[in-house]
Design a protein around this ligand. Sequence first.
Ligand code: SF4
Length: 266
Amino acid sequence: MKGLIFSVKRYSIHDGPGIRVTFFMKGCPLNCMWCHNPEGISYLPETVMQTNRVGDREFSKNEEVGKYYTVNSILEILRKEEVFMNQSKGGVTFSGGEPMLQFEFLLDALKACKENGYHTAVDTSGYSSTENYKSIIPFTDLFLFDIKHLDEARHIEFTGVSNIGILDNYRLLLESGKDIVVRIPIIPGFNDHIDHLEKLKHFLIATKTGSLKKINLLPFHKIGTSKYKKFNIPYRMGNTEPPDKEKMQKLKEFFLETGVKVKIGG
Ligand code: SF4
């Protein structure tokens, strides 16, 4: 079995503890308006035109996005980084896209990583079947779990899918005993209204178990905007500007009232 991966990031320090290798798996069932990784949405390999400018001259070449990896090839990559991973108490993270979309491969890869003693993390939107989450729990040390909006209609409007199953899966993982970091993207005009933030804070408090270790607040940014042009996907965030530092600091203090550590960024 092979998994389709669009990027392998070595020396990653934002996707779980220590120094990690993060595999970005291709394909996502959501279609978030602000997605920073549009190259991860299609579940097929893609060829796009990469244009580089040197002085006044432009050079274009085809770029393949998405490559198939076996579990053994993943282990080979991890072996080469083992020294850094071990010294820093790091490990391996499967991100995306949505890694649960390639569930069979993800399960095999997680099992193999655990057999080799690696700390494993799965960065997920929460959108997959409860059965699938139950299957990976024994082989996953940490879940990086996105909560985008509590209102179902708003969630559908901005991501294309309901949040009902996502929140059910979140509750399931809270009872798993595995570590969870909740990731909240702060998207101006979508989920940053004080009424919603109050509801979200109370939801996190009401559902809290010992599994919830941290909250990451991920400010909207425009860094991936140029990718939209490259992938011929319309950019839908218009002139939306990132929240400023002061606002993010206030939100950090606000979410500290959950009694959980809060960090701005991944
Ligand atoms: S869940 Fe993540 S990868 Fe998928 S569309 Fe939303 S932001 Fe992009």
